[in-house]
Design a protein around this ligand. Sequence first.
Ligand SMILES: C[S@@+](CC[C@H](N)C(=O)[O-])C[C@H]1O[C@@H](n2cnc3c(N)ncnc32)[C@H](O)[C@@H]1O
Length: 381
Amino acid sequence: MDYLIKKYKDIEVAWLPELNGGGMTHGQQFIPIVRKVYGKVDRIFEFCAGPGFIGFSLLAEGLCNSLCVADANPSAVKALKETIRRNRLADRVSIYLSNGLNDIPKTERWDLVVANPPHFNAKQRKPRSGSRLAGASSAKKTPEFWLIEDHDWKIHKDFYLKVQKFLKPHGKILMQENYLGSEEKDFIKFIELGRLSLKRSFMYKVQDEKAVNSYYFLEIENTSQAKASRFALSKLRKESHEQNEAELPDIRKADDFISQDNRRHKILSGLLMQREDIKPIRLVYPQQQKRQGASRFANANKRAIKLAPWQKYRFELKNSTQRCINAGFYRENPPAFFKQKSMLSVPPGGRKKSSIFHLTKGAYIFIDLDTKEKIAEVKVE
Ligand SMILES: C[S@@+](CC[C@H](N)C(=O)[O-])C[C@H]1O[C@@H](n2cnc3c(N)ncnc32)[C@H](O)[C@@H]1O
C-alpha cells in the first residue's frame, strides 16, 4: 500500500485520505491542551484513532511514555501498523482492531483517553438517495460512514458505558466534539451511566483571523475521583464561568489562555470555558416581517447585525412565512486559509441538529440556500 506520510517530530505517520478524520487539523488542538492541562502522562489511549494523528503526535511531543490506539476500520489498523513498523515503535505502542472497546484486553489501563470520534448522530442526517452516505448502514461501509456517522450515538454510548474499567483512578478522558453535530447535554446521561463525571467543557481558541471553530472538548473523570459532578446538566446551566476557571490552575498563570468574558481578548489562543448560556439569534427575512423580539436584525432597514467574537450563538433563520429555512454562511474577504472551506450550513429550526457557532472576527454573509437570497450581513468585531 502506498501510504502518505505526515511527520510529527521524529515520528512518520502513515495515512490515506479516506482515513483522515481531522486529526491532522482540528485534532492537533489536543497537543497544546494536553501539554497545559496534564503535562506528560504515562499511557495514553486514542479511541477511534484512524491513522493515529493525535496519539502519535502526543507521543512525538513527549507527552506520554506509551500509547495505545484502536479503531474498528481494518484499513485504519493497517495504517497504524505501518506507522509502528516504520518508526520501530512496537515496544511503546499497542494497536487493536476493535469495535468500540469490545476487543481491548482487560489488562489495559490508561492515564488519559483522547478521541475525535464520529461527530454526527446518523439519525439526524438524511442522506439524499444516490449520495455516498445513502445506504451507509448496510454492510458495505463507505469512508464517510467510518469517519462521521454515529447512529443513535451508539459508539459514544457504548464507549462511555465501558471505558471506566480501563481508566486509572486519576484517569481522564478528553473528547473532541463538534457543535454542528452535538451539544454537551447529548452525552451527559451516557457519561453518568458509565460512572464517570463531566468535569468541564471548553473550546480551544484558535487564532481569531483563522477560522469559524465549532469544535469543543469534554473533559471527563472517574467518578471515584470526582469531587462532584460539577458539570451535571442542571449545574451546567447555573454554574459561573469563574468557578470553572478556578479549577484550572494553569489558566491564571499562562498568558495564552483566555477567559469567557474576553477580558484578555487580545490573547490569541487558549481554553474557552463553555456553559449552557447560548445567545439566540433569530433572523426573520425580509425585514417587513420583523416582530418585536423576533429579530436581532433589528433597528434597521439594513440587514446587518453585530456580534461579539467567541460567544456561543444559536442561529434560527426564518423566511417571511415564518418557515425555517436552510441557510448557509460564508466569510467575506476570507483569509487564504478560509477560502478552502466550503460554506457552513445552518440547519432549519426545530431540527435536532445543533446550529451553534462561535464566530471569530470578520464579516459574514448569510444566505438562504434554497433561493440563494442574501439574508443578512453579520459583523463580528
Ligand atoms: C472522525 S474519525 C477520526 C479519525 C482520527 N482520529 C482523526 O482524527 O483523523 C472517526 C474514527 O472512528 C472510527 N470508528 C467508527 N466507528 C467505530 C467503532 N464502532 N469503534 C471504533 N472506531 C470506530 C472510524 O474508523 C474513524 O477512524
